[in-house]
Design a protein around this ligand. Structure first.
Ligand code: AGP
Length: 609
């Protein structure tokens, strides 16, 4: 997720662009840049690292002009560097982009054949050259942008300028937000209203496929065919802090609701339905090397470790290869029996967790191939791994990990599918069936999020309780652990996750009327056993909060509170059960007045032992 700003007016552009970018830094902050029309030429200034580095570079050598665009980057393709920072240029055309161009490799090959030279590793640069190609054919800038966006597959929000049409900016969107705003003497483009609140609260959100022609005196909206359209303007009443969270009270809730998009973004461009395969060129292992592997390790910490536990069920069921899962801080001190025949997967949102990093280094030193599932492009773990599978979920600001977790699960589904197909333990049709299930996930997650009010009602009944028990079986046992971690780390309620079958071996002694028990009961082959666990709990007068699959009737009569999730394949169910547990933890914490985004004693990335 990146931040885009554009300005055309009667004031110096740079202060306005920098001011807007400073409000967008939460969207991405590994590099930034601006472009300004100086006389007849467009000048570009870019810096790696925080926005302040760009500000200092501009102070040393400023850009003068009243038309410009700016960008804060959250890298998806190409490490954070000045060369990969936006804006990107092709001759007299300069642009900034948010999104993922899925077919950028094919487009890049064709453009290189057409004589274009690439200066960056990004997917974005292909769009600049595509637009230039159409400009060279005599098209106006708006038409060139429209034609170029028809060639790309994937998601984009673009702000484009050209020396051929000074004083004009073009904005275009598909799959990523873009908003335009006007005042009497200027027009603005931004990824979200945060960047223009200082200037205007009257904004118009572009819709899918829209292209806006933006000048100082006018903003004209057209659809993807170039027909002029009118879109209703919105009046923004949020204060600045609420706007940074897109109107949500906390980043955590905003990120919970981003999950349909982030699951989709993590899948984008990484599968071929025709072959029923996941296409993961960056994991650095040939099919032959995969076939030679004898065991898979998955090592991580906290929520990422829970994702690894889900991965064990996935790989052992789909790939039939033994999987060993471990916590980073345990693995690194065990002189572990890991070696050349092992694939060593590490999972980390930040890519900087000390215990996970140390585990990866230990495994690498012992000859294992290290593949990492990471969210931060260019992070230490990403750079030190033999292969990387990035989760494209943008910066996760809330300390409690939510969208990164489901993005990690998405990456694990793709990896398991990839293994299964290259090792010939899964046929094309079965691979296609898996892809059908995965592409339906964003909509299913959305449907669960739409019923948030039911979770609020449950939270209101139990937020005064001091202890919770979370029970799950099989692939949902890690989800019980994750639900308990979410709750304890943001609400400070003591919560334990347990394998449901284990309850009778001890924890049942804790159960009484003051201990709500959350039970995950998908309609899988363990359902009956889960029901009997639930009866044991009821017999001890504990309140039971049951999360069940749609169509389930029995538990509804027994439990004190029931929430249904769409009925899906057993191996997909963790993706759906985790959503209401995130919401339950969030609303219990809010009702208790906890500091949800920055819980006490915690850090977003634990870079120390
Ligand atoms: C998750 O809610 C926690 N904040 C924490 O357990 C986190 O998952 C853990 O520290 C690992 O972080 P990483 O994914 O960045 O490696």
């Amino acid at each position: 997720m990146c931040g885009i700003i554009g300005y055309v007016g009667n004031q110096e552009a740079v202060p306005i662009l920098i001011g807007g970018l400073s409000k967008l830094e939460y969207r991405g902050y590994d590099s930034s840049g601006v472009a300004v029309l100086q006389g007849e030429k467009i000048a570009v200034k870019r810096s790696v690292g925080k926005l302040v580095n760009l500000e200092n570079a501009l102070k040393a050598n400023g850009l003068k002009g009243t038309v410009g665009i700016g960008h804060t980057r959250w890298a998806t393709h190409g490490k954070p560097s000045e060369q990969n920072a936006h804006p990107h240029r092709s001759k007299g055309c300069v642009l900034v982009h948010n999104g993922i161009i899925e077919n950028y490799q094919q487009l890049k090959q064709q453009l290189e054949k057409d004589g274009y030279k690439f200066a960056s590793e990004t997917d974005t640069e292909v769009v600049a050259h595509l637009i230039d190609k159409y400009l060279q054919k005599g098209h106006k800038l708006a038409d060139a942008v429209r034609l170029a966006t028809k060639d790309v597959k994937g998601s984009y929000a673009l702000a484009v300028m050209s020396e051929r049409e000074p004083g004009t900016l073009i904005a275009a969107r598909s799959g990523c937000p873009l908003v335009v705003g006007r005042t009497t003497h200027a027009s603005y483009i931004a990824s979200d209203v945060m960047a223009m609140l200082a200037h205007t609260r009257e904004v118009t959100y572009l819709e899918e496929g829209d292209v806006a022609v933006v000048t100082q005196t006018d903003v004209q909206l057209t659809d993807s065919d170039g027909q002029v359209v009118s879109r209703k303007a919105s009046k923004i009443t949020w204060d600045a802090s609420a706007a940074e969270k897109s109107g949500y009270p906390h980043f955590m809730l905003k990120e919970i609701h981003e999950q349909p998009q982030t699951i989709l973004d993590t899948m984008r461009g990484r599968y071929s339905y025709e072959t029923g395969e996941a296409d993961l060129p960056d994991i650095g292992l040939t099919p032959k090397e995969f076939a030679a592997l004898e065991r898979i390790w998955i090592v991580a910490c906290g929520t990422s470790w829970h994702a690894g536990l889900v991965g064990k069920y996935l790989f052992e069921e789909m790939v039939r290869t033994p999987v060993q899962v471990d916590i980073g801080s345990e693995f690194r001190y065990r002189d572990p029996l890991v070696g050349k025949k092992d694939l060593f997967i590490t999972i980390s949102q930040s890519g900087e967790t000390a215990d996970t990093l140390a585990a990866a280094r230990e495994a690498k030193a012992k000859g294992a191939r290290v593949v990492s599932i990471v969210n931060v492009v260019g992070s230490t773990l990403a750079r030190e791994s033999d292969g990387v599978l990035y989760t494209h979920c943008g910066p996760e600001i809330g300390v409690a990990s939510t969208k990164a977790f489901t993005a990690q699960l998405t990456a694990l589904y793709l990896l398991a599918l990839h293994f299964a197909r290259v090792r010939n333990v899964m046929k094309v049709a079965d691979g296609q069936a898996w892809l059908d299930r995965l592409v339906r996930l964003p909509a299913l997650v959305e449907s669960v999020l739409h019923r948030e009010a039911e979770i609020v009602a449950i939270a209101k009944r139990y937020y005064k309780k001091r202890n919770f028990l979370f029970l799950g079986r099989g692939i949902n046992y890690p989800i019980a652990l994750e639900g308990a971690l979410k709750l304890k780390e943001i609400s400070y309620i003591h919560a334990e996750g347990y394998a449901a079958g284990e309850m009778k071996h001890g924890p049942i002694a804790l159960i009484d009327k003051d201990m709500p028990v959350v039970v995950l009961a998908p309609r899988d082959r363990l359902y009956d056993k889960t029901v009997s666990n639930l009866m044991e709990v009821k017999a001890r007068h504990a309140p039971v909060i049951a999360f069940v699959a749609e169509g389930e009737r029995e538990l509804g009569k027994i439990a004190d509170a029931v929430f249904t999730v769409p009925d899906t394949h057993a191996l997909i169910s963790p993706m759906l059960f985790t959503i209401p547990l995130q919401l339950l933890a969030y609303h219990l914490a809010v009702l208790r007045g906890a500091d949800v985004d920055q819980p006490r004693n915690l850090a977003k990335s634990v870079t120390v032992e």
